[in-house]
Write a protein that binds this ligand. Structure first.
Ligand SMILES: Nc1nc2c(ncn2[C@@H]2O[C@H](COP(=O)(O)OP(=O)(O)OP(=O)(O)O)[C@@H](O)[C@H]2O)c(=O)[nH]1
Ligand SMILES: [Mg+2]
Length: 353
């Protein structure tokens, strides 16, 4: 009886659990409020000493307010934390005290962000920071300076100043965070072309692979090793279809994640209309960012295990002619032709360094 009750109670939350698990994977946009600390006020105080009727001014300075500092943490890969923590507020500096004591400066608020986080001021649209390298830091809101205590305001005509400076104000702003993955190579193509299969074949990444379009819902990253010393990162993004830039399919918002790549690899399915697919994908990329369409690129002609060698060769020739790009015949599934493709990517990266 107890047991059945328990089970009945457990049933409903499952759906929420799965939803949360799906969302947890990858968040690449966030809007947050940041505020640095105010500086502590300077103190007005006088020395009181036995046998000295007029002690001098002794009000100490206030401490500096805490900065809000963003720092790249290599271990992070999503902006998820900010969904739960949209307000980042640093502490105020302590006020100065008597006996010439300074107020304590507030600790800075160090906020960890994933590599590739772009910080944009919401009001002006200005990019405040583009945080890419591990450990890289940027001050997003500067803490106010501590105010001067009255001990600084003594002059020959003013022996007992009753003035001190208030602490400086902190800064506050709304910022937008955008994650742009840091990868050297971006895989682009129609849904089902085999991008995720290729990423899995090239790296230790294990993205979901399935025989239907729009399997990949959020980008995947993998590291590809070339020989002993060289390596580069490859991003696999959701498939693009005609009209993606007007919101068809999953749209083009994930193209942001290949904005930083140095080369693009068009993954084409040899069993479909390859030229049409190539131009469709190319057009969508161009609509997103004309710059991106000029990025160095090569073609991975995939699924050659499904056609004869002659058909594959013909397709390759046709593509070379119409696109002017290097074409590599591969089967991501059967791991055919991967070595030359990897070598070509590495060479192109070296050239464009
Ligand atoms: N025969 C064959 N099938 C392949 C090959 N590469 C991928 N596939 C299959 O094609 C289907 C789609 O592969 P995915 O890697 O999920 O394709 P995708 O381009 O990532 O698709 P989206 O994530 O939907 O954009 C899967 O059933 C794969 O097993 C290949 O070289 N040969
Ligand atoms: Mg995929």
């Amino acid at each position: 009886m107890t047991r059945r009750l328990l089970l009945a109670n457990q049933a409903p939350p499952r759906r929420g659990f799965f939803l949360a698990a799906a969302v947890k994977k990858f968040i690449d946009e966030a809007r947050i409020f940041v505020r640095s600390g105010k500086g502590g006020d300077g103190a007005i105080a006088f020395r009181r000493e036995k046998y000295r009727p007029f002690g001098g001014p002794a009000g100490g300075d206030g401490g500096k307010g805490g900065d809000v500092i963003f720092e790249v943490d290599e271990g992070l890969s999503t902006l998820l934390d900010f969904k739960y923590r949209p307000r980042l507020i640093a502490r105020n500096g302590e006020p100065g005290r008597g006996k010439e004591q300074y107020g304590r400066a507030a600790e800075d608020l160090i906020v960890k962000v994933p590599p590739g986080t772009v910080v944009i001021d919401e009001a002006s649209g200005e990019v405040l920071a583009d945080l890419v390298l591990p450990g890289q830091r940027a001050t997003i809101a500067r803490g106010g300076a501590g105010g001067l205590g009255n001990m600084h305001f003594v002059s020959p005509t003013r022996q007992a100043p009753r003035i001190a400076k208030p602490g400086g104000p902190g800064e506050e702003r709304w910022v937008r965070l955008e994650l742009r993955l840091v990868a050297e190579v971006g895989l682009v193509g129609m849904p089902n072309a085999g991008k995720s299969t290729l990423l899995a074949a090239l790296s230790a990444a294990r993205p979901k692979i399935a025989p239907y379009p729009f399997t990949t819902l959020t980008p995947n990253l993998g590291r590809v090793f070339v020989g002993e010393t060289e390596s580069f990162t490859v991003a696999d993004i959701p498939g693009l279809i005609e009209g993606a830039h007007t919101g068809h399919g999953l749209g083009i918002r994930f193209l942001r994640h290949i904005a930083r790549t140095r080369i693009l690899v068009f993954v084409l399915d040899v069993t479909s209309d390859i030229e049409r697919d190539f131009h469709t994908v190319r057009r969508e990329i161009e609509a997103f960012d004309p710059q991106l369409a000029h990025r160095r690129a090569l073609i991975a002609l995939n699924k050659i295990d499904l056609v004869s060698a002659e058909q594959a060769a013909l397709a390759e020739e046709k593509l070379k002619r119409t696109t002017g790009l290097e074409v590599y015949r591969i089967s991501a599934q059967d791991r055919i032709g991967l070595e030359p493709l990897i070598a070509a990517m590495a060479a192109m990266l070296r050239e464009s360094a």
